[in-house]
Ligand binder design. Structure first.
Ligand code: XGP
Ligand code: MG
Length: 218
């Protein structure tokens, strides 16, 4: 009995996962650290600090240097998202948001990013969301369930009545740890732990989603 839907932002509603990648790549290049689009897959859904830790691996940096690198990457990212418009929404995102609201469901954002509010503003979808959980909402980042539990609480719903849309392995794990339903966006190698896997939001409706959940219940 699903009453609420929680959407991850980067890589689910919009293509900003690509901008995060570009900003991290630029930082890694400057630091002479080997990094790639492939390596970036592991950074999906995880916090800024956890992302940087994965990039630097066992190289030794001081706290000050780590802080500076986090800020530098964010400056690059902020530069990249400056020109974001509603055109940056992924196919099917707006119509699904509208359809869900029409059907009476509650909708929240559940993003690890501290830039989520700005991006949501630029995408023009603020008034389509009932709550926003972002990189400032909780201490423990995905794959801990905390962010999604916070989002559900904001919606006034128990976890088992919520479904999470996620493009990150860490995000799927977080949704499952929260006791929620999980829809994975992208290749099964990445989001295969989800209850349902979709290639994109294009053409998705509340009706079709319910059908898919009925199928797996059989
Ligand atoms: P923030 C970002 C991370 O920097 C990035 O590595 C993750 O892929 C992204 O969150 C996941 O949404 O967090 O630097 O915008 O706070
Ligand atoms: Mg994501």
């Amino acid at each position: 009995n699903i009453q609420g839907v929680i959407f991850d932002l980067d890589g689910v509603l919009t293509d900003t996962a690509e901008y995060h990648y570009q900003a991290w790549q630029r930082l890694a290049d400057e630091e002479g650290i080997l990094f790639s689009r492939q390596a970036n897959e592991a950074l999906r859904g995880i916090s800024r600090r956890a992302s940087l830790m994965l990039i630097i691996g066992n190289r030794r940096y001081s706290d000050t240097q780590i802080q500076e690198m986090m800020e530098r990457k964010n400056d690059y990212y902020v530069e990249l998202i400056e020109n974001i418009t509603p055109d940056n929404l992924l196919p099917g995102a707006v119509s699904l948001l509208d359809d869900l609201r029409q059907a009476g469901l509650k909708i929240a954002l559940g993003s690890a990013s501290k830039n989520a509010h700005v991006v949501v503003e630029k995408l023009g979808i603020s008034d389509k969301l009932d709550a926003i959980a972002d990189g400032y909402s909780v201490h423990k980042p995905k794959p801990a369930p905390d962010l999604f539990l916070f989002a559900a609480q904001q919606l006034g719903l128990p976890p088992q009545q919520c479904v999470v849309f996620e493009d990150a392995a860490a995000g799927i794990d977080a949704a499952l740890a929260a006791g929620m339903w999980a829809v994975g966006m992208g290749p099964p190698e990445r989001v295969g732990n989800a209850h349902i896997v979709l290639p994109s939001l294009a053409g998705m409706t509340w009706e079709k989603l319910q059908e898919k959940f009925r199928d797996i219940a059989l």
